[in-house]
Design a protein around this ligand. Structure first.
Ligand SMILES: *[C@@H]1O[C@H](CO)[C@@H](O)[C@H](O)[C@H]1NC(C)=O
Ligand SMILES: *[C@@H]1O[C@H](CO)[C@@H](O)[C@H](O)[C@H]1NC(C)=O
Ligand SMILES: *[C@@H]1O[C@H](CO)[C@@H](O)[C@H](O)[C@H]1NC(C)=O
Ligand SMILES: *[C@@H]1O[C@H](CO)[C@@H](O)[C@H](O)[C@H]1NC(C)=O
Ligand SMILES: *[C@@H]1O[C@H](CO)[C@@H](O)[C@H](O)[C@H]1NC(C)=O
Ligand SMILES: *[C@@H]1O[C@H](CO)[C@@H](O)[C@H](O)[C@H]1NC(C)=O
Ligand SMILES: *[C@@H]1O[C@H](CO)[C@@H](O)[C@H](O)[C@H]1NC(C)=O
Ligand SMILES: *[C@@H]1O[C@H](CO)[C@@H](O)[C@H](O)[C@H]1NC(C)=O
Length: 676
């Protein structure tokens, strides 16, 4: 049983509904009737068995619908009439959000101007959002939510037609939505009620209030199960001798959140509770600018001012505080373009941007499906195979006998999880590499054909990567593929198809060239002061009949020295040809706050755990590593007998790396590709 069951009658919303104007299904305004809920079918009950599982081989025994199951039709009364969903009735995805003011996270999500603005300004055109309330206060919640967004949408009114607000509380909807919200309950950021519990001798009941912990990626320390004594420390803008081993009770204002927490940490407090000034909402406590470089090691949370607590402290009574999280229904679910139920992932902090990112990914996914329906010779390498341990996933497959008419090779790869929920997915963002060997004695045996990074606790990733220049690696009709990540990672379920096709370019002769030889160049290594000393120039002849030469490299930076190298520092990679031509690849979004969030449109899996949003050295969590390709034909002495030379070097901040602690490393495959 969930914690949010109604205590009061829901009479009020009935009054509103009965007098509401009901408009026709998909929003075509006009037809106005005054119907009761039952006459319009709002009362018809959820029927779990209506969810057709995509697994048709067995009877449907699930306790409820799971991600991937098809969503059936439903209707919900809204402030403007009615929202009606039928499979296929929407152009794009539908996000369903259930609000409760019992959550500090949601209060902040709905109060923060930047959060509201991000929704109205950046919600993808394809996407609709249905806003619900979990509580008795659904009518006023719906009106308030609409007002918040109307105010924010002053410059983009168009978006309001895609936002729907229901005055009917979730517990009274009478369709399948409550079932999914409750069945998908969790205790992550986007569900669960984080609370502070105050006790004092004079009270016969504890006082339980909502709290919002300081942002995870700033202040990683978490509350323990202990009961702490609570000590008033004013506004926390100066040190306080009395808070040692206690939780400091500190008011908003006077100095930054960071300064308050830092002062209390220096005073040896066990944690900090910042209370908002009267009338102010709970805010997302974060660091600003340089503050973010000073790590703090105590937990902190924001709550509302609680008069009984303030009074008890004023009169010198002992007050204790402890911390708990009460499970709740999920606050966010969705239906994707294909009509399947989908999870929304993890909201790292209270911002509607996380809805936008998931919606952008739905658009990416719909586009990917249309790309995958184009004609191609498809060779299945892995079909939902477990990848784990030293060997990873291994398969030997026959290639089509005649590939001479194909000039394009794409890898269609996906990484899903042992269960149907993201909660069954492996943690961390690890490198996944695909190696191929077709001929044991071939110099091409066990070269890297593709690279991806796992999505931290999300199982939706699917990517199409063009590796056409590496077609010569497939130098026999039977090839063995192995795909692996670090051996200690939890299992992933991999699927991989090779897609051979003809590129859709007409006329241009140059484009019809085919790669016929691949020369392996450099690989990476420890990114320390000797990094570049390990590389020597390579002289290479150009085979006769070569018409074009390309440099092809897959480069990623990992690890963390004192500069964050190579994952979060700006490294650059240079291939100098004939001592003159400096071909450079610079990872200049590494370490930026949203470098990888900006790549969701390209398929980076959104709303993962961890800090998936930050830019990284040549990669993102939950994304393929795009090969870097550059035509170097004009840089070479292509005819004649002179040899050409190439040398690689990698720099941090334009100089040789020179870390003083735990150097990072570069993983690199690089090739010259010869075309004729
Ligand atoms: C639920 O759906 C199944 C399959 O469509 C149907 O046989 C059954 O009668 C439904 N039950 C109710 C209570 O509507
Ligand atoms: C489908 O359901 C059957 C029977 O319940 C089960 O044995 C099988 O493993 C399921 N397959 C998948 C892919 O979930
Ligand atoms: C949410 O709760 C806070 C206090 O807990 C209150 O100040 C605020 O007005 C409430 N907001 C809504 C929309 O009810
Ligand atoms: C209050 O907190 C103090 C300090 O952590 C602890 O020793 C004490 O047992 C707590 N009292 C109660 C009633 O939890
Ligand atoms: C905090 O604790 C440290 C280590 O125990 C101690 O050196 C320091 O004096 C304490 N600071 C205060 C203000 O109590
Ligand atoms: C090739 O591209 C053109 C223009 O973009 C498009 O109209 C056509 O359908 C494409 N053909 C194939 C086979 O994809
Ligand atoms: C070709 O080689 C000659 C002699 O080594 C050199 O002078 C010239 O710059 C080279 N051309 C290119 C395009 O590298
Ligand atoms: C190549 O370019 C990088 C920066 O773009 C520069 O730091 C480096 O010195 C250049 N190297 C040569 C040999 O020109």
């Amino acid at each position: 049983m969930g914690p949010l069951l109604p205590l009061k009658s829901a009479l009020l919303w009935f009054l509103v509904i009965v007098t509401a104007h009901v408009t026709e299904a998909t929003g075509t305004a006009g037809r106005r009737t005054n119907l009761t809920p039952y006459e319009t079918g709002w009362g018809s009950y959820a029927n779990v068995t209506q969810f057709r599982s995509r697994n048709t081989s067995g009877p449907e025994l699930a306790a409820g619908p799971e991600p991937g199951d098809l969503a059936v039709s439903f209707k919900v009364p809204t402030l403007d009439g009615e929202f009606s969903y039928r499979p296929g009735s929407l152009r794009g995805p539908l996000v369903v959000h259930a609000f409760t003011n019992k959550s500090g996270f949601l209060e902040c999500l709905w109060s923060s101007e930047s959060s509201l603005t991000s929704l109205v300004e950046d919600l993808p055109d394809s996407t609709q959002v249905l806003f619900l309330s979990l509580d008795d206060s659904a009518v006023s919640d719906a009106l308030w939510m609409r007002e918040q967004l109307q105010r924010a949408a002053i410059h983009r009114k168009e978006v309001l037609s895609r936002l729907h607000f229901s005055p009917v509380p979730v517990f009274a909807l009478g369709n399948w939505i409550p079932n999914v919200l409750y069945y998908w309950g969790c205790t992550g950021h986007n569900c669960g009620l984080s609370q502070a519990v105050f006790t004092s001798k004079g009270w016969n009941m504890p006082i339980v209030v909502k709290r919002l912990d300081a942002r995870y990626d700033w202040l990683m320390a978490r509350w323990g199960p202990a009961s702490y004594s609570l000590i008033d420390a004013g506004d926390g803008c100066g040190p306080s001798a009395s808070v040692m081993s206690a939780v400091a009770w500190v008011s908003e204002g006077g100095c930054s959140f960071f300064t308050k927490v830092q002062n209390m940490a220096k005073s040896n407090a066990s944690g900090v509770l910042v209370y908002s000034l009267p009338g102010n909402p709970i805010q997302d406590m974060n660091c600003v600018g340089d503050e973010c470089y000073s790590p703090l090691s105590i937990p902190a949370a924001m709550v509302h001012q609680e008069p009984s607590v303030a009074e008890a402290l004023r009169f010198g009574q002992l007050v204790n505080v402890s911390f708990q999280t009460t499970p709740s229904p999920n606050f966010f679910i969705s239906i994707d373009q294909q009509g399947a139920l989908a999870e929304m992932g993890w909201f790292l902090y209270p911002s509607f941007s996380f809805i936008n990112w998931q919606a952008q990914w739905f658009d990416f996914s719909a586009d990917l499906h249309s790309k995958l329906s184009r004609p191609a010779k498809v060779v299945s390498v892995f079909d939902k195979v477990i990848m784990q341990g030293e060997n990873g996933a291994v398969a030997t497959v026959d290639l089509p006998l005649d590939l001479t008419d194909s000039d394009t090779l794409e890898l269609d790869a996906s990484l899903s999880c042992p269960g149907r929920r993201d909660s069954s997915c492996a943690q961390w963002d690890h490198t996944v590499q695909l190696f191929v060997c077709c001929e044991h004695l071939s110099p091409y045996c066990n070269m890297e054909l593709g690279r991806w990074i796992t999505a931290f606790r999300r199982g939706i990733g699917r990517w199409l990567t063009d590796v056409s220049p590496l077609m010569p690696l497939l130098d026999s009709s039977k090839c063995t593929f192995s795909m692996k990540t670090v051996p200690w990672a939890m299992p992933w379920i991999v699927s991989l198809n090779l897609r051979f096709s003809v590129s859709n370019r007409t006329g241009n002769l140059v484009e019809k060239l085919r790669p016929f030889r691949v020369t392996s160049l450099y690989s990476g290594g420890t990114f320390d002061k000797n990094y570049n000393k390990r590389y020597q120039p390579i002289k290479f002849p150009i085979p006769s009949s070569t018409k074009k030469v390309e440099l092809f490299a897959v480069i990623t930076g990992h690890g963390s020295d004192e500069n964050g190298c190579g994952e979060f520092c700006i490294t650059s990679h240079h291939f100098l040809i004939n001592a003159v031509y400096n071909n450079s690849r610079i990872f200049d979004s590494a370490g930026t706050a949203l470098g990888c969030a900006m790549r969701v449109k390209e398929g980076a899996v959104p709303n993962e755990h961890g800090t998936w949003l930050y830019g990284r050295g040549g990669w993102c969590d939950g994304l393929q590593v795009n090969p870097w390709r550059i035509d170097i034909t004009k840089q070479l002495n292509i005819s004649g007998f002179e040899s050409n030379t190439i040398i690689y070097f990698g720099l941090f901040d334009g100089r040789d790396p020179n870390p003083t602690q735990q150097p990072g490393y570069i993983i690199m495959s690089s090739f010259l590709i010869f075309y004729k």
